[in-house]
Design a protein around this ligand. Structure first.
Ligand SMILES: Nc1nc2c(c(=O)[nH]1)N[C@H]1C(S)=C(S)[C@@H](COP(=O)(O)OP(=O)(O)OC[C@H]3O[C@@H](n4cnc5c(=O)[nH]c(N)nc54)[C@H](O)[C@@H]3O)O[C@H]1N2
Ligand SMILES: Nc1nc2c(c(=O)[nH]1)N[C@H]1C(S)=C(S)[C@@H](COP(=O)(O)OP(=O)(O)OC[C@H]3O[C@@H](n4cnc5c(=O)[nH]c(N)nc54)[C@H](O)[C@@H]3O)O[C@H]1N2
Ligand code: SF4
Ligand SMILES: [Mo]
Length: 661
């Protein structure tokens, strides 16, 4: 049996995989403590799929023909260098992957920066980047503050725009243990989620009105003097601005905006404040809005007012993909160096440069993943190298993305499968799957875990780090002589003072290492003055509001057995069987008015496009339609971005009609 990090969600379970049968059992130790969800249990099925990419392919006319690794890598490097000569390094962009290891993300961002550009990003941009920005502004570090285990010690858990019963099922075990010990569970969502079934208080809120609710809770907490005065005085700044800002958000005022009764707001504010300790866990219901950064600021303010930090509480922006935290920490973001260090931090930048054998690195922020498509349209970006991302499905308004992908002079896709994105590729490179390689991954609680290799790479595929080592060498970059993944691990350990004394062996023989440490901000915040900054925010509306032509609010959600763009889970027979056909949720009242019965086909249309699927009646309030995102939802969503560059996936004006098909 080998211990392997689950290739799906950011909770970061470990799987025990049998080398001969590839059967999966749960790892008994931390963090999953003998538990797995259906995706983890069936994680090796996609590895055995007949659809796997077998060898490098190159476009010749409309066909993809096999080529050797040597030819593929040399030609790709040659074209990248040619584009750099003609248009400069910023005409090339790289997308790293939250699905691959720390080492592999580290290598791709190293290639990008040594090549001369900060155009390196990953799907964190589509996900929790708003949380990263808000946390940087307030507490100084853009990550979850406490380990999962702390949840069991808190008096209340506020779960906001987050549905872990489907998206991080194993963390429900921690949440339910906390509940058994007496913690009050409060859930805020725009619909009745599976998670709500376990809650003591269920708040169904109007989409996009979360700031009004958070401000109203703070209004009650300040008015009734339930906040932690000592903590606010000694460890934060900005209290008077927040106090002023929330004054007008009385529960009555917030009721009109959020649809939640004033008495409920009051009650929940008191329960959360009087619990004495508490966690706020949040997900895409907060970040996927044009107000994403401000939404997160509002809930962080709420926690800070109560002093819910350190032993007394935690901020849990629950990370999505199995290595999204690692990809970001290792520098695969266009505005940060490794460790979320700003590009303008000259001392650190020069230190990284000297480790890589050069004088300096580019300092100007690169393009966000979500800004690429316009830059391709305008001719500013000519080449795109994508490792393990599927933007032709995962990006908002994907018709625009697909149009842009067609315009590229060079598109390289490195994936385990042919994908919707790889249809536009000039070169398609077969990557080995998670259990065919070893390396380290970082989960949502910032625990770095080692993942062992279980079996040989499929056909002529190669682990991503090997492909990138070849690419780095072909580009003539210095220091790309790695002959084992451990050499790369040891190199990235040198970037972080907390890891300098730790060894790869120690990582391999433990339940993981927390970076920078288990619990953040217990005594001091990571800000320049050591204090947290409370940031007053006002309710902000969506980019487009429903009107008479598009009267519904469309939101997009996740289902337990489907994963993101479906490339992996739709190739797992057990999961496909478990899940059945996707449905669009519509309320009983709306369905009745439009003559829609359970299972009828409906057409959903927004200003971006239209799709057809079967309807499921119930589970959402009047005026809201919820569609699983894993299929074609992004034909509908708008590409309006928030301050962190994340699209408004959770709010589009939409119309619905019954159709015959
Ligand atoms: N099974 C499964 N698990 C996954 C994934 C998957 O695809 N499938 N993906 C992984 C990834 S990448 C991520 S980022 C995480 C995401 O995990 P979650 O954040 O839990 O996922 P979502 O279902 O996208 O959104 C959460 C909730 O936000 C609610 N919501 C929508 N709009 C609003 C709003 O305006 N306000 C509030 N308060 N709530 C709102 C939705 O109804 C939904 O229940 O899951 C990870 N785990
Ligand atoms: N409407 C709507 N859109 C959304 C969201 C939403 O809630 N609603 N959520 C957004 C969020 S939170 C996210 S994170 C994004 C996710 O967006 P993506 O990251 O684009 O989606 P994935 O399906 O996770 O794509 C991962 C790809 O990596 C490949 N892969 C897997 N393992 C490996 C490997 O070892 N090596 C290589 N090279 N490739 C590998 C898979 O085959 C797949 O093609 O989607 C976003 N889009
Ligand atoms: S909870 Fe997440 S990490 Fe654990 S088995 Fe399920 S998908 Fe994998
Ligand atoms: Mo995500």
């Amino acid at each position: 049996m080998k211990a392997v990090v689950c290739p799906f969600c950011g909770f970061g379970c470990k799987l025990l995989i049998d080398e001969k049968t590839l059967r999966v059992k749960p790892y008994p130790g931390e963090p999953n403590r003998g538990k797995l969800c259906p995706k983890g249990l069936h994680a090796t099925e996609f590895v055995l799929s007949k659809n796997r990419l077998k060898r490098p392919l190159k476009r010749v006319g409309s066909a993809m023909v096999p080529v050797s690794w040597g030819v593929a890598i040399d030609e790709i490097a040659g074209k990248l260098l040619e584009i750099r000569v003609l248009y400069g390094p910023d005409a090339v962009a790289f997308l790293a992957s939250s699905k691959v290891s720390n080492e592999e993300n580290y290598l791709l961002q190293k290639i990008a920066r040594l090549f001369g550009t900060n155009n390196i990003d990953n799907c964190a941009r589509l996900c929790h980047e708003a949380s990263v920005h808000a946390l940087k502004m307030t507490v100084g570090a853009g990550a979850q503050t406490n380990p999962y285990g702390d949840l069991e010690n808190f008096g209340a858990i506020l779960i906001w725009g987050y549905n872990p019963a489907e998206t991080h099922p194993v963390i429900m075990d921690y949440i339910l243990r906390a509940k058994r010990k007496g913690a009050k569970i409060i859930v805020v969502d725009v619909r009745e989620t599976r998670t709500m079934a376990f809650a003591d208080y269920r708040l169904v809120i109007r989409p996009g009105t979360d700031i009004a609710l958070a401000n109203a809770m703070m209004n009650v907490i300040i008015r009734e003097e339930f906040y932690d005065g000592e903590f606010v005085r000694s460890r934060t700044s900005g209290f008077s601005e927040v106090k002023m800002a929330v004054m007008k958000y009385t529960p009555k005022y917030a009721e009109r905006i959020t649809g939640i009764p004033a008495e409920t707001i009051e009650k929940v504010a008191r329960i959360f404040a009087l619990a004495g300790s508490g966690a706020i866990m949040w997900g895409m219901g907060l970040t996927h809005h044009v107000s994403g950064v401000e939404n997160v600021l509002a809930v962080v303010d709420l926690a800070l007012l109560l002093g819910y930090i350190g032993e007394r509480g935690g901020l849990y922006p629950m990370r999505g993909q199995n290595n999204v935290q690692g990809a970001a920490y290792l520098g695969a973001l266009s505005e940060f160096l490794p460790g979320y260090v700003p590009l303008t931090d000259e001392r650190f930048r020069k230190r990284v440069a000297s480790l890589w054998g050069v004088d300096d690195l580019p300092t100007e922020r690169g393009l966000y993943l979500t800004e690429l498509w316009e830059a391709i349209e305008s001719g500013d970006v000519r080449a795109l190298y994508i490792m393990g991302e599927n933007p032709a499905v995962s990006e908002a308004d994907f018709a625009q993305v697909r149009k842009a992908l067609k315009k590229l002079d060079l598109l390289v896709v490195q994936d385990v499968f042919p994908t919707r994105t790889s249809r536009y590729a000039h070169y398609l490179l077969p990557a080995s799957a998670f259990c065919e390689k070893s390396g380290s991954y970082m989960n949502s609680e910032r625990r770095i875990q080692w993942s062992e290799r279980v079996c040989e790479p499929h056909a002529d595929s190669k682990p991503d780090w090997e492909i990138l080592t070849m690419l780095g060498r072909a580009l003539g970059l210095s220091g790309f002589n790695y002959s084992s993944v451990e050499e790369i691990t040891a190199e990235y350990f040198r970037l972080f003072p907390e890891l300098e004394e730790r060894s790869v062996e120690e990582l391999k023989n433990s339940d993981g290492i927390f970076l920078p440490k288990k619990r953040l901000h217990t005594w001091e915040f990571a800000t320049p003055d050591g204090k947290a900054r409370l940031m007053a925010v006002e309710q902000i509306g969506p980019w487009e509001v429903p009107d008479k032509d598009y009267p519904f609010v469309l939101t997009t959600v996740r289902l337990i057995g489907h994963y993101n763009t479906g490339e992996m889970t739709l190739r797992s027979p057990s999961l496909v069987k478990l899940m059945g056909e996707p449905r669009a949720l519509i309320s009983e009242k709306d369905a009745e008015r439009l003559g829609i019965a359970d299972g009828d086909w409906v057409e959903l249309e927004t200003r971006c496009g239209r799709i057809r699927m079967r309807a499921k009646v119930g589970g959402v309030p009047e005026g809201v339609i919820a569609v699983p995102f894993h299929f074609k939802a992004n034909r509908l969503t708008s590409s309006a971005l928030n301050k962190a560059g994340t699209p408004e996936f959770k709010f589009s004006a939409c119309r619905v009609r019954k159709v015959r098909t």
